[in-house]
Design a protein around this ligand. Sequence first.
Ligand code: ZN
Length: 258
Amino acid sequence: MASPVTTESLTLRRFDFSDTSQVAHLLTRSSGRLNALAKGIKRSKRAAIFDLFSHGRLTFLPRPSGQLQLVTEYDAIATFPAIRASLPRLHAALYFLELAIEIVPEGEPNAAAFDTLLSGLRGLEAEAPASAPALVLSFELEFLSLGGFAPRAGSCLSCGKDVGRAPEPFRFSPGEGGFLCRDCFAARGPKPALAAPVARAALKILESLSRRETRAGERMTAPKLPDGAIPPLRSLMDAHVRATIEKDLKTARFLPRR
Ligand SMILES: [Zn+2]
């Protein structure tokens, strides 16, 4: 039998498997995203081991990728009580988890994704609930950047002019993951119905958020954004995430938006 693996985990999803067992969908630091089976937990003191979001130290007996990994030990490190106590934080955290499920491939080690998700949850736990919308934007841009999925905000998709020099307003093209300047948008044929104009200032904010890198082990901080900046960026990121993963995230509609 394979040797047990000990690693840190974050609980993305969990459900009852039988009267005495639970299955948890976890993002681990050493072994990527996996499904783990914990037997007999409802009868033991470890009843709450797989609380949603919880950061823990997990030991499991590895089985082939795609199968349920067998949990032998679990100790909670952090359970994020402040996230659970505030709806803006809670909705933001649920969105973080769903984004991780959709973006991180199963069974492939991805320590950077683990560290970024943990930093984001720590940020939500520590920041005021009013900062949640800004923290969500910062988290998703940093998280998407890990896999090369962040929108390209530095230059026009078509002429390549720097966003500082290309004529505004810009238009977002979700299928292409970037922006067209005023002239290139005008030069294109049939226009998509919902391409709202985007100001240069908004693109500069997107670009600077995409370049943020929270160091492993640190908590993410909410960026200070100008008044009124968040709602248009939220709409833009909704369209971008939908185009990137090719479906709507169930948790996106509950996100705090201003
Ligand atoms: Zn252009």
